[in-house]
Design a protein around this ligand. Structure first.
Ligand SMILES: Cc1cc2nc3c(=O)[nH]c(=O)nc-3n(C[C@H](O)[C@H](O)[C@H](O)COP(=O)(O)OP(=O)(O)OC[C@H]3O[C@@H](n4cnc5c(N)ncnc54)[C@H](O)[C@@H]3O)c2cc1C
Length: 237
């Protein structure tokens, strides 16, 4: 972040992209304060606080990338892929005197995820997850308002015990506690198998200067530099 700022980047926090329109080759990005957007209900008209006139736009809105793209007036909705959400919960192991693992353990992948695997935090905390829980669809405004449900239901531990015991049979009852949850944006739904990220430029949607990033789930973080380089080549003029 410091490196980016020292090269002239301005980060704009607490603001939300609520739409865009296109005139000629110019993109007009509609931006409002996040607080205002949160208060907006489904019936009120969204009037942006400001219009930005950028040369290039990379829609990297993660879970909301498809919702944001659908709010771009002038984009062909047919190019926006169906979007699915798979919540992944983690459970932590209550601390034991002798940690049972010294390294990561990955089981055979399951439909929609890598399987409930073992991760060791830098402080030695052991966590298991994430599992795969397909969420109901969410409407575009709720998505942009970030109304996703990150609750970790303690009851899900019941499903974790048998999965973990496949590689850690001596796991004791009552030794798991709820950790946290994350949500994967997916471009393939339940039972449809794996689908790769979609990095969508002008050749797909016809709008110069716009790149949409859809379905950037794991390993999106690991791949972030490669994705950025690829996007830069798409946008280099
Ligand atoms: C449970 C789980 C485990 C994972 N494990 C791994 C792993 O082990 N390795 C790995 O490489 N990856 C992993 N990932 C995937 C990784 O987290 C993502 O691929 C990565 O975070 C995607 O980065 P992003 O910048 O595209 O999107 P995000 O990190 O989702 O960032 C999107 C940003 O856009 C903002 N935003 C959204 N809507 C708007 C709007 N309308 N206006 C302005 N801003 C907006 C959001 O606030 C957010 O800051 C995991 C993901 C999950 C859920």
């Amino acid at each position: 972040m410091g490196e980016a700022e020292s090269h002239g980047t301005t980060f704009c926090y607490n603001n939300t992209v609520v739409g865009a329109h296109f005139e000629g080759n110019q993109i007009y990005l509609h931006v409002s304060q996040t607080e205002t957007v949160k208060e907006c209900d489904h019936h009120s008209q969204q009037h942006p606080d400001i219009l930005l006139l950028p040369k290039l736009v990379v829609n990297s809105a993660g879970l909301s990338a498809a919702a944001v793209a659908r709010c771009f007036r002038g984009i062909n909705p047919g190019v926006i892929p169906p979007y699915y959400f798979a919540r992944g919960c983690y459970f932590s192991l209550l601390s034991s005197k002798v940690p049972p693992f010294k390294h990561l353990i990955y089981p055979i992948p399951e439909d929609g995820g890598l399987g409930v695997h073992v991760t060791l935090d830098l402080d030695g905390q052991i966590k298991f997850g994430p599992d795969v829980e397909w969420l109901d669809p969410i409407d575009d405004i709720s998505s942009i308002q970030n109304k996703f449900d990150y609750t970790v239901c303690a009851d899900r531990a019941k499903k974790f015990y048998p999965e973990i015991r496949k590689y850690y049979p001596s796991l004791k009852d009552g030794s798991l506690q709820p950790g946290y949850a994350g949500i994967r944006p997916k471009v393939s739904g339940p039972g449809e198998g794996f689908a790769d990220f979609i990095i969508q430029g002008e050749e797909s949607h016809g709008i110069p200067g716009l790149v949409n990033l859809f379905g950037i789930e794991s390993p999106g973080l690991t791949s972030s530099m490669a994705i950025a380089e690829h996007v830069a080549t798409q946008l280099s003029v």
